[in-house]
Design a protein around this ligand. Structure first.
Ligand code: GDP
Length: 195
C-alpha cells in the first residue's frame, strides 16, 4: 500500500500557490521535533522525502506530496519554537488558518504528539483551530518506543481526556514508532480509506 508511490509536488508559502484541489488530502501538524519528518518518510517509504529536523526561521512552507494514486499528503510547518520571531509565527498562523478553512478536499488532519510529552498548550491551539475550521483531526502519538507500556497507557488516558473537549476530534488515537515501524500500516490504511 502506497510504498514507492510518493512524489514531492511543491512547497507553498501563500494560498495562491496551492496545487489544484484534485486529490483527497490529509495534513500533518505537530510541534517541532515531534518526529513529523521521520513519520512522513516512513509513511511514504522514501527516506529523505520530508527533510528531517527543519531549522527554526527557515521559510515556513506547506509541503505537498502525493501518496498513492489518489491522495495528497500535506506537511505543515512545525510549531512551538520557543524563540521564533513573532512575525514568523503570525504569518504562519494566518496561512494555516486560510489553508485549514479553505481547502475543500482536506479530509483529515493528523496532529502529532510526542508520547513522552502528551498534549501541550500549543497543540491545544491547533486543535481549537481545527475545531473552528470543522476539519476532523486525529492524534498520532510518536516515538512510542521511548516509553514502557504502562507509561504509554497513562499518556493515552490524558490524550483521550483532552480530546473529549474538541468537537472535531476523531476518537481513535494512533500510537506509532517510526523507529520500529509500529502504527505505520495503520496510518496508511486510514489515509487510503478516506474518500
Ligand atoms: P520533526 O521536527 O517533527 O520533523 O522531527 P524529526 O522527524 O526530525 O525527528 C526529531 C528527532 O526525533 C530525530 O532525532 C529523530 O531521529 C527522532 N525520532 C523521530 N521518530 C522517532 C521514533 O519513532 N522513535 C525514536 N526513538 N526517535 C524518533
Amino acid at each position: 500500500l502506497f510504498a514507492g508511490q510518493s512524489e514531492f509536488v511543491k512547497g507553498v508559502v501563500a494560498m495562491s500557490g496551492l496545487p489544484p484541489a484534485d486529490r483527497i488530502e490529509v495534513c500533518f501538524a505537530g510541534r517541532s521535533n515531534v518526529g513529523k519528518s521521520t513519520l512522513i518518510n516512513a509513511l511514504t517509504g522514501r527516506k529523505g522525502l520530508a527533510r528531517a529536523s527543519n531549522t527554526p526561521g527557515r521559510t515556513q512552507e506547506i509541503n505537498f506530496f502525493t501518496i498513492g494514486p489518489e491522495h495528497y499528503l500535506v506537511d505543515l510547518p512545525g510549531y512551538g519554537y520557543a524563540n521564533a520571531p513573532l512575525a514568523v509565527v503570525e504569518k504562519w498562523q494566518k496561512l494555516l488558518k486560510q489553508y485549514l478553512s479553505g481547502r475543500p478536499t482536506l479530509r483529515r488532519a493528523f496532529v502529532l504528539v510526542d508520547t513522552r510529552h502528551g498534549i501541550k498548550d500549543v497543540d491545544e491551539e491547533i486543535m481549537s483551530l481545527l475545531d473552528s475550521a470543522a476539519v476532523t483531526f486525529q492524534v498520532v502519538l510518536t516515538k512510542a518506543d521511548k516509553l514502557r507500556e504502562a507509561e504509554q497507557q497513562k499518556v493515552l488516558a490524558q490524550v483521550r481526556d483532552k480530546l473529549a473537549r474538541h468537537p472535531a476530534a476523531y476518537p481513535e488515537i494512533v500510537m506509532t514508532s517510526s523507529e520500529k515501524g509500529d502504527g505505520i500500516a495503520t496510518l496508511r490504511a486510514i489515509i487510503a480509506g478516506l474518500e
